[in-house]
Each structure stands twice: as C-alpha cells, then as structure tokens.
Write a protein that binds this ligand. Structure first.
Ligand SMILES: NC(=O)c1ccc[n+]([C@@H]2O[C@H](COP(=O)([O-])OP(=O)(O)OC[C@H]3O[C@@H](n4cnc5c(N)ncnc54)[C@H](OP(=O)(O)O)[C@@H]3O)[C@@H](O)[C@H]2O)c1
Length: 344
C-alpha cells in the first residue's frame, strides 16, 4: 500500500494535533507544513518531531498554491482561521487534493455552496473536523441508538459551553465578525452536528435568541435555538463563550422507550428491570483542549475512506446541512423570526 502524503496548512493551536494524528495513522506521513509565518510552521514541525517541507510566504496564498502543487501531497489538513477555510478547500479540490477541513467550513451561505459545488465537481474526498464523532461517549451513544435502546427520539438538547478568553491563541480573529463569524459558526456548530448525528433527521426550522455579558466579541457570544426536525422531534441547541465554568458539552436525548443524559442511560428495552439511570464509564467530551480531542480516530477514518474510495459520514456534503442550520440560527437572531430550512 503506498503512503498518503499529508500537508498541514495553518500552524497554530490545532495544527500540531493534526500532525500528530496523521503521523499515528499507518501508511500516512506528514510531508509538508505551511503557514503565513515560516517560524510558526517550523515550530509545529519541531514540536511534533516531523521532518516536513516548510511552505510559508508573506503572501500566504502563494505558499498554499506551491504546497498544493507538491506531487508528494495527496491530502491537505486545513487549520487556518475560520474565514479562510472555504476558499482554501475550494483550491484544494481544484488541485485534486483530498482534504480534512476544520470547522466552520464556511462563514456564509454563498461560500458554503461554492465549497460544496467545488467538491462535487472535483470528486475529491473530504472530512470535516467535527472530531467529537470519534469521542468514545459519542461512539457509545451511537451504538446504543443502533440497538434501539431509547426508541424514537422525540426531544433532544445539545449545548456547547466553552468559556473562551484571551488565553486562546486565536482570540484576536475569533472575536471579530469578519473572521470568527458567529457563536454558532465558530463553536455551536459542534452542537448542531451532534444533534443531527444522534437524532438522524434534518432540522427544518429554527428560532433563536442571543445575548452578551461583556464587550469582547463583535457578535453575541451566547445563543440559544429551538429547533424542529423532519421526523417530528423537537430540540434545543445552545452555545456560550462567556460561561464561567469548565468546558461542558451536554447531551440529552429523550426517546419513546428511554433516555440518554450524557453517559447515563435509562432504557426500557435493553434494561427492563432498571430502577435508576445506569452510568457508563467512558471518555466524556468534557475538555476544550485540542490534545483531548480524538483526531487520531478522525484521521484514521479519513485515510480509510480515501483508500477504499468511499465517502465519510462527516464529509462536506453532510456538513453543508450543519452549517446551513448555523446560518439559519444567525438569521433568526438577526430578524427575531423563525427560519425554515433548507435555506432559499
Ligand atoms: N475541531 C475542533 O475541535 C477544533 C479545535 C480548535 C480549533 N479548531 C478550528 O481550527 C482552526 C484553527 O484554530 P486554532 O485554534 O489552531 O487557531 P490559531 O491558533 O489562531 O491558529 C491559526 C493559524 O493560522 C495561521 N494563519 C493565520 N492567518 C493565516 C493566513 N492568512 N494564511 C495562512 N495561515 C494563517 C496562523 O499562523 P501564523 O503564525 O503563520 O500567522 C495561526 O497560527 C479554526 O477554524 C478553529 O475553529 C477546531
């Protein structure tokens, strides 16, 4: 089996985890690391101990273009700030490179559609870094749902509560509308992806409200949305960047025959004699630190998709729907009206 050559683009906080994850996948090796600043790319290479070609330029697009032309590069991992993702994904597709792309994949509907269309046209493989899909609690919940542990889900809640402050390396760009975009596009998208992944039905309507506590952000960093699903289920999603507490990713799924609350299960079908919630020991999505995120599982899955020539369950086509929901939430906040999906 020939090696997959990987290029990691954008050398900041998350990129080192991408490098380490790719290096841990058999028959994959990181052959290039690129960024705006050469020193940043070299720092990630040194920290991960990878002997990769370095691509950097004061005009970052030039370095990216050169990197895409590197014949040893089969796959690109896009780790730059939010507002750069869509166009970098489009260029990767046009260069015929498979790509892993950090969330959000786009920060407005126009570029979201352009990215989806470019991937469709180029027929490259993609994975979007909704990395929690490889978290052990997520895998446990999916396995329970596949065994009909709680029956038909009629109500669901997922919250992304991540107190972000100036400790964050991306603080400057994440607080701005032009680069961070919104609370749902930046972080709440993880909650949208999770609720879609668990409920297994498209969201057809959202009604959302937002608020702010301080003045750090150009957009309201706390948002709550009520949602309706095509299946008839209803739900609630929220994102808060101003919460003063440890990182929390709450998952509540209420079904016709049982309930899942994080790692707690109440199941009339699997455990008919049960009198209280059973707690499942597992790795929880309880840290915002990128070193805790299961990137290895994500990259191993994606390498397998490329080798087998099959689509990831977490590709750009699927993430399109998650991002459409985030954009609908932002529109609902802006207009004070419910917004129907898919967006016109
Ligand atoms: N999936 C997850 O759970 C997860 C977790 C964390 C972050 N993320 C996402 O990953 C992305 C990166 O986040 P981060 O936390 O790593 O941010 P970060 O620490 O700010 O890193 C971004 C890097 O991109 C480089 N950069 C900035 N502008 C650039 C440009 N015009 N062209 C090329 N490179 C440029 C910068 O490197 P220079 O030093 O070279 O300027 C910067 O270090 C974000 O979209 C974020 O939402 C996802």
């Amino acid at each position: 089996m020939s090696d997959l050559g990987v290029a990691v683009w954008g050398a900041g906080w998350v990129s080192g985890e991408h490098v380490k994850a790719w290096e841990a996948v058999p028959n994959c090796r990181v052959v290039a690391i690129g960024s705006r600043k050469e020193a940043s790319a070299r720092k990630v290479a040194a920290a991960t101990g990878v002997d990769a070609r370095i691509y950097a330029d004061e005009v970052p697009e030039r370095a990216y273009e050169r990197m895409l032309q590197d014949p040893d590069v089969n796959v690109v991992s896009i780790c730059t700030p939010n507002h750069l993702h869509a166009r970098e994904g489009i260029w990767a597709a046009q260069a015929g490179k498979h790509f892993c792309i950090e969330k959000p994949i786009a920060i407005n509907l126009e570029e979201l559609r352009q990215l989806r269309d470019a991937v469709r046209q180029a027929q490259v493989k993609t994975v979007v870094s909704f990395v929690l899909r490889w978290n052990p609690l997520f895998e446990t919940i999916k396995a329970l749902l596949a065994q009909n542990a709680i029956g038909r889900i009629f109500y669901a809640e997922v919250d992304y509560w991540h107190g972000i402050g100036d400790w964050y390396s991306g603080w400057e760009w994440v607080t701005k509308k032009s680069s961070g975009a919104s609370a749902f596009l930046t972080g709440g998208c993880h909650a949208v992806d999770a609720i879609r992944w668990f409920v297994g039905s498209d969201i057809t309507e959202v009604a959302a409200y937002s608020t702010r506590c301080g003045q750090d952000y150009e957009y309201d960093p706390n948002v709550v949305a009520a949602v309706k699903f095509a299946s008839g289920a209803i739900g609630k999603l929220s994102a808060s960047f101003e919460c003063q507490m440890p990182y929390s990713f709450n998952i509540d799924l209420l079904g016709s025959h049982g309930t899942i609350r994080g790692n707690k299960l109440y199941s009339k079908t699997l455990l008919p004699g049960q009198t209280d919630f059973a707690e499942i020991p597992t790795v929880l999505p309880d840290s915002g630190d990128v070193s805790h995120h299961p990137f290895k599982g994500e990259m191993a899955h994606f390498a397998e998709c490329i080798r087998r020539n099959c689509e990831s369950h977490c590709n750009v086509e699927d993430a399109y729907k998650t991002h459409e929901v985030c954009i609908a939430v932002d529109r609902s906040v802006a207009t004070g009206q419910p917004v129907s999906l898919p967006l016109a």
